[in-house]
Design a binder for this molecule. Structure first.
Ligand code: NDP
Length: 447
């Protein structure tokens, strides 16, 4: 059978067996497209059902999470953990608390995580989890009771050598604290390596909070450098205003760029003179308010409740909010306005159409599984510190992160070139991430 037909048959079967999971289909389609190029050269990667096994999670857990609100009413949410692939190491990937969470979204995130983790060069497998719980508007005690109930089921499935969750949308330091406390209580041991993103006093790593955003900035800086440019004098748009966005904004500005806009799910803020990062952190991290509060307090910042953040002319676009937030029409506007670099802080924020536009219009594009790998890489550094009962300085950890991101960019660039698609970092990331996992799976037999 021709390679194209073989891969199409695998994809058709996957659509049938995973109906109603469009985000998962989208993530798999993008990877399979790149794998055709590998299979043309090395057909043995299709042996022994390797691709089918790669697309089927090793284990999928779905569980009930009952909790009681401050008025005594009982609520029932659904918890998920998809343990996708552990060929390279224990499952590793964040937990997302957001009302949109369903099995398909967790599977897409877990699938992406396999390749991302492989690209870091560190010994971590791929997994992801979360719940359809909405943390917005909940009291601190409600968040605590929810986290305790969630962990009461999850704890039997995780561990330092088995599966190591971290944060994602809706799960930050506070939630990791409550989750770790309940794990410690149930397991009756202080197992630091079971979760990452912990507080500094109890096994956390310096730079973990900043890591995804800083890593995105380091990756983008390397991509700019590769094309003879730098952040100096560039106008940059960063969507979102959560953990990834805040520290991407901070590092981009330190590296000489000006961030001219950011957003939340309700509005976007234009700030042509740059972002006051300390004010933004105060609004989002301390007071947990909306971006409109920033505009009330910072001169020159303008709130937009209509239109799209991508309508604003910029040189570099860094989507850092959520999946499919940047579509083909947005990408065309970006290109028309002269934007020539896009790198993803969020997971799969660009639709397949948008990626097509980047290719047609010559926009240099860093896909999330490469550009946002700094978070999980620093989580793996946290695991290393936990395993050796050590804690590293900020500068040392930050330098390790920077080296990892430069390496990831170089791997994507050299792999794309090796396979005849120079400059296509999607193909580079997918192929480099895949080959390492595939080689491990082939060596470990049909399991
Ligand atoms: P946060 O919860 O800290 O922030 C999420 C941000 O995105 C908020 O500004 C939020 O706005 C916005 N947002 C969320 N959902 C939507 C939506 N449906 N439409 C528009 N805006 C939305 O999450 P993170 O910063 O941790 O995560 C952001 C992205 O980065 C996600 O795709 C995540 O998977 C990815 N990522 C995160 C890593 C990490 O280390 N945290 C690592 C690698 C990737 P609002 O407050 O209004 O909801």
């Amino acid at each position: 059978m021709a390679i194209d037909d073989k891969v199409s048959a695998i994809y058709d079967e996957l659509l049938k067996r995973n109906a109603g999971e469009p985000e998962f289909h989208q993530a798999v389609a993008e990877v399979l497209d790149s794998l055709k190029i590998v299979l043309e050269k090395d057909e043995h990667y299709a042996d022994d059902g390797l691709i089918q096994r790669l697309c089927e999670p090793e284990r999928q857990l779905i569980f009930r999470v009952p909790w009681t609100d401050d008025e005594g009413n009982v609520h029932v949410n659904r918890g998920f953990r998809v343990q996708f692939n552990s060929a390279l190491g224990p499952y590793k990937g964040g937990l997302r608390f957001h009302p949109s969470v369903n099995l398909g979204i967790i599977k897409f995130l877990g699938f992406e995580q396999i390749f991302k983790n492989s690209l870091t060069g560190l010994p971590i497998g791929g997994g992801k989890g979360g719940s359809d719980f909405d943390p917005k508007g909940k009291s601190d005690r409600e968040i605590m009771r929810f986290c305790q109930s969630f962990m009461t089921e999850l704890y039997r499935h995780i561990g330092e050598y088995r599966d190591v969750p971290a944060g994602d949308i809706g799960v930050g330091g506070r939630e990791i604290g409550y989750l770790f406390g309940q794990y410690r209580r149930l397991a009756n041991q202080h197992e630091s390596g079971v979760l990452t993103g912990k507080g500094l006093a109890w096994g956390g790593s310096l730079v973990r909070t900043e890591a995804t955003g800083y890593g995105l900035a380091y990756f983008t800086q390397e991509m700019l450098k590769h094309h003879g440019e730098s952040f100096e004098g560039k106008k940059v748009i960063v969507s979102g205003s959560g953990n990834v966005a805040i520290y991407a904004i901070q590092k981009v500005q330190e590296l000489g760029g000006t961030v001219i806009a950011f957003s939340d799910s309700g509005a976007w803020v234009e700030c042509q003179d740059g972002v006051d990062v300390e004010k933004l952190r105060d609004v989002k991290e301390v007071r947990r308010e909306r971006v409109s509060a920033y505009v009330d307090e910072v001169e020159g910042a303008v709130l937009h409740e209509e239109g799209s953040i991508w309508d604003l002319p910029c040189d570099v676009a860094l989507p850092c909010a959520t999946q499919n937030e940047l579509n083909g029409d947005h990408a065309r506007v970006l290109a028309d306005n002269g934007c020539s670099y896009v790198a993803e802080g969020a997971n799969m924020p660009s639709t397949a159409d948008a990626i097509e536009v980047y290719r047609e219009r010559g926009i240099h594009f860093g896909p999330g599984k490469a550009a946002n790998a700094g978070g999980v890489a620093t989580s793996a550094l946290e695991m290393q510190q936990n395993a050796s009962r050590d804690s590293w300085t900020f500068d040392y950890t930050d330098e390790r992160l920077r080296e990892i991101m430069i390496n990831i960019f170089k791997t994507c660039a050299s792999t794309a070139k090796e396979y005849g698609h120079e400059g296509d970092y999607v193909i580079g990331a997918n192929i480099a991430g895949f080959k390492k996992v595939a080689d491990a799976m082939l060596a470990q037999g049909i399991i």
